[in-house]
Design a protein around this ligand. Structure first.
Ligand code: FAD
Length: 424
């Protein structure tokens, strides 16, 4: 075994899992490290926050995903830094791990862009803990207003979202549906009709990367569902009960959901290589770190360009998974004495859900879909991307139940306070 090449993968997100899938039968020892013992399906976190799905539906146990791999060891621990010169990884609570091949796939973290008060008072939506914290905050807010209805005048029922990309758009649509259906029935004494969901986007359009007609559709669909959409407006300051906007206006609110930006994992800063675009690590066409053969950086943490088009690749789950598959195959090729090949991304389209029965889809051919057909496509694609059969079944059952009965999950509060989460 000592002669068998040791591959260490940091991060069991889309990219890390993709690498492991392709190395299952390779003649290597594989060690995977993640600070969590579960893989998070980030695209559906907003459904956990708004009670459409249980947390376990979008988090798969990593050890479970590796059951059919004989050559794998998993360690649940945090990575502190990578010592590229000595080919070892420094982790918490364990001796350093030496490697022959290394894949760094630690994803991204929330970026508050230095906005005063945002870190203390805003609710990001990038981790499972973020989603559960927001979920509990929404329920706790309604419980508080139930006891003291005067808090409505203090903006307690104003739910603000900053960021009109897919995350903010999807969350705003789901939140307005949650408030005006289940929560309206759960709190008959509350003036839920006065609850507002307000979406701010600092650029002129929602869903900036989609075609204009899809952006217009999404805005109209959100507004039909009662969301107030304000484009060209950013958030400048955040307080516990108020936000200050870029137009000088102040809005009373106890909830600002932060869907306005991510940056690369801070471990990138410790690599001592020159970073680009929001702290990302630039990699070569085969996704190896220049000057460090055998070290790959993939997914959201990397600045990857498509080998065929030369275009920078977006921070998407589909990109990370395909890049992970490519790196897994490349390592198997290197171990077999062959060269690694350039990565070419196959675009299968982009999509976002706006609410029940409404979504936008941009197909790789340039075609577009909206409405029910786009929504069904969105459901199918997200279901197929989930990593385990158990998750697929659980999500399918929850969505089916929701669709047939118009009812969501069990709305119960399990945490005692609003403790903030660690996003690093
Ligand atoms: C709310 C939200 C919605 C999204 N919606 C979509 C969508 O609809 N479609 C789409 O294609 N993409 C979507 N994305 C983007 C997609 O989820 C990311 O591009 C993808 O997860 C990136 O994969 P990754 O493997 O690079 O990182 P991740 O999936 O983030 O995985 C990184 C892993 O590293 C681990 N880790 C981090 N730091 C450490 C450390 N110091 N030590 C040990 N482990 C660590 C984490 O626990 C995690 O498991 C969304 C993202 C978010 C946040």
């Amino acid at each position: 075994m000592a002669d068998t090449p040791h591959v260490v993968v940091l991060g069991a997100g889309f990219a890390g899992v993709g690498v492991a899938q392709k190395l299952r039968d390779a003649p290597v020892r594989l060690t995977i490290v993640d600070r969590n013992d579960y893989h998070t399906f980030q695209p559906l976190l907003y459904q956990v926050a708004t009670d459409e799905l249980e947390p376990t539906a979008v988090g798969s146990p990593i050890r479970d995903l590796l059951h059919r791999h004989d050559n794998v060891t998993f360690h649940k621990c945090s990575v502190d830094r990578v010592d590229l010169a000595n080919k070892r990884v420094v982790v918490q609570g364990m001796p350093p791990i030496d490697y022959d091949y290394l894949v760094i796939a630690l994803g991204s973290v929330v970026n508050f862009h230095g906005t005063p008060g945002a870190e203390q008072h805003a609710f990001p939506l990038y981790t499972m803990k973020d989603a559960m914290r927001l979920h509990d905050h929404i329920l706790r807010t309604l419980e508080t207003v139930d006891k003291d209805p005067l808090l409505v005048n203090d903006g307690a029922l104003n739910f603000c979202v900053i960021g009109g990309g897919p995350t903010g758009t999807e969350l705003a649509g789901a939140l307005t549906e949650l408030l005006h259906t289940e929560l309206n029935a759960d709190y008959p004494n509350l003036p839920i009709d006065q609850a507002r969901v307000i979406l701010y986007e600092h650029s002129p359009h929602l869903l900036a990367h989609f075609k204009p007609k899809l952006r217009d559709y999404a805005k109209q669909a959100l507004e039909e569902r009662g969301v107030e959409v304000h484009t060209g407006i950013g958030v400048m300051e955040v307080d516990a009960s108020e936000i200050k906007l870029s137009n000088g206006e102040k809005i009373k609110t106890h909830t600002l959901v932060w869907a306005a930006g991510i940056g690369a994992n801070p471990i990138a800063d410790k690599l001592e290589v020159e970073l680009v675009h929001g702290g990302r690590v630039p990699v070569g066409p085969d996704l190896q770190l220049p000057n460090f053969p055998g070290v790959f950086v993939v997914g959201d943490m990397a600045s990857m360009t498509d080998a065929k088009t030369g275009q920078p690749l977006p921070g998407l789950g589909a990109v990370a998974l395909q890049a992970g598959h490519h790196v897994g195959k490349s390592i198997a090729q290197l171990v077999a004495g062959k060269a690694a090949t350039p990565f070419h991304y196959v675009d299968k389209g982009t999509m976002a859900q706006v609410g029940r029965g409404a979504a936008v889809v941009e197909l790789p051919t340039g075609g577009t879909l909206t409405g029910h057909i786009a929504w069904l496509a969105w459901l199918g694609v997200h279901l197929s991307l989930l990593s385990s059969a158990e998750e697929k079944t659980s999500v399918f059952v929850d969505w089916g139940w929701n669709l047939l009965t118009h009812r969501r999950g069990k709305r119960i509060l399990l945490s005692d306070d609003n403790t903030s989460t660690d996003n690093t």
